[in-house]
Design a protein around this ligand. Structure first.
Ligand code: GCO
Length: 442
């Protein structure tokens, strides 16, 4: 049973949808640089993308027809502060004002993500997350957002998917800015992110009454294949802990809830313990009061802590992940049990091969089925009295899927990238019906 306050939403991110024809006063981000360097599928770029910057009204009208009561979007840091700090781009400020006001007029709650991977290039050139000044920079940026939009916000996500920001961006280097640091360097980046989150939590709390603030994590989606104690314990351990600190969920969330990093990190990197304790993350504990959880798959784990590789039987998404809602079920249980916090499913969705049929429609039956299975999990967890406050489909429209460019489609709304025409897919109508049936007013 979905409560009246439950948020049925859709999710996007600035760098993936906004576009920029060069006249908007926006500074470059690290993803523009990645595009310039030809690191994207078929040399595609995010220059036009889906032109949400100019077409946000049409998009919000479609959201309103869909029946969602929340839209999770991100602000582009370099649109507001082209150099990351200092001079403000008034056109950028105005854009998000228009966006937020249009949403509110349609009774759609704006859920703002501060950092969805698009670090200003100017700051990346100064070291980005590696530079201790990152904390100051991010504080300046979040203070601006709080000041300009705080009066209309209730829920804010600071960082989206630290695993991708830090591991993919600074360790494996497959994502912008493409760095490859060792563990000591990585831990420094993580600490700077946590300090930045802590400082921004103080700033936002001072401006926004009853703020809900969290960080959105993604995981490797491990879940137990059976519910005996041993299997459960193995799956849980694998879910939270990895040898690689930059892939570990507990490394990202423990500091926000307990004010310290997991013991095994301090044991393995004693020099880091000293630096981390000096940073005194304990003073921010209590400021983070929601978990954002992005889920896309599931990975079955047996009683030896090994992955059950049932790949021959699996159903696959167009990202080559498997379709397995057990991952979401257990992920939510594990996260809320450890951190005793309400949770939002900030992203859930699937890339499929979507074709425009001769009848002018996009019959994406697999996406309908995917959503149905996952929303069934949400309903089940709500029946079990889990404190889930919202569910956001990734993504509202097809968009720029990072290094995969436009070759992967995640949207409820199809985009023709030549004309930018929006066509709601069958899944849009499926979700519309689901919301209409399940939204409660009491
Ligand atoms: C993520 C990001 C999104 C992606 C989506 C599909 O979860 O990786 O938040 O920006 O586009 O997940 O890969």
């Amino acid at each position: 049973m979905f409560k009246k306050e439950f948020l049925f939403g859709v999710s996007t991110a600035a760098a993936q949808v906004e576009g920029d024809d060069g006249t908007q006063g926006r500074g470059k981000s690290i993803w523009d640089t990645f595009c310039d360097e030809g690191r994207i599928y078929k040399n595609q770029t995010a220059k036009i993308s889906v032109d949400h910057y100019n077409r946000y009204e049409e998009d919000i009208n479609l959201m309103a027809d869909l029946g969602v009561n929340a839209y999770r979007f991100s602000t582009s840091w370099s649109r507001l502060l082209p150099e990351g700090i200092g001079a403000v781009n008034q056109k950028g400020i105005d854009f998000y004002n228009r966006l937020i006001d249009t949403l509110l007029k349609k009774n759609i709650q704006p859920i703002l993500t501060l950092y969805h991977w698009d670090l200003p290039q100017a700051l990346s050139e100064k070291g980005g997350f590696e530079n201790p000044d990152f904390v100051k920079w991010f504080t300046e940026y979040s203070a601006l957002v709080a000041d300009k939009y705080g009066d209309r916000l209730k829920t804010v996500i600071s960082f989206n998917e630290p695993i991708n920001i830090i591991n993919s961006g600074y360790k494996s280097g497959v994502f912008a800015p493409g760095k490859q640091l060792g563990d000591e360097g990585i831990l420094k980046c993580i600490l700077h992110m946590h300090k930045a989150h802590g400082e921004c939590s103080q700033i936002l709390r001072a401006k926004i009454k009853d703020l809900q603030l969290g960080l959105a994590v993604s995981t490797f989606e491990e879940y137990p294949v059976a519910t005996d104690e041993k299997t459960l314990a193995c799956a849980k351990k694998r879910f939270f802990e990895k040898d690689n600190p930059a892939e570990s969920v507990d490394v990202y969330l423990d500091p926000l809830y307990f004010g310290e990093y997991p013991k095994r990190i301090y044991e393995k990197y004693p020099a880091f313990q000293e630096v981390a304790e000096k940073a005194d993350l304990k003073k921010y504990v209590g400021n983070t009061n929601i978990i954002g959880y992005n889920n896309y798959s599931g990975m079955p784990i047996d009683s030896r802590g090994e992955e059950v590789k049932n790949y021959l039987l699996a159903e696959y998404t167009d990202m080559c992940g498997t379709v397995d809602p057990n991952g979401m079920y257990w992920g939510i249980k594990f996260l809320t049990e450890r951190y005793k916090s309400p949770l939002y499913i900030t992203e859930n969705g699937v890339a499929t091969q979507d074709w425009m049929f001769d009848d002018g429609k996009v019959h994406d039956v697999n996406r309908c089925e995917y959503l149905k299975r996952h929303l069934a999990v949400v309903s089940k967890l709500l029946e079990e009295k889990m404190d889930i406050r919202g569910y956001f489909v990734w993504s509202f429209t097809d968009n720029f899927e990072w290094i995969f460019g436009y070759s992967k489609r995640f949207g409820l709304v199809h985009i023709n990238y030549e004309t930018l025409k929006r066509t709601p897919k069958d899944s849009y109508y499926w979700y519309q019906e689901f919301i209409a049936k399940n939204k409660t007013t009491k």
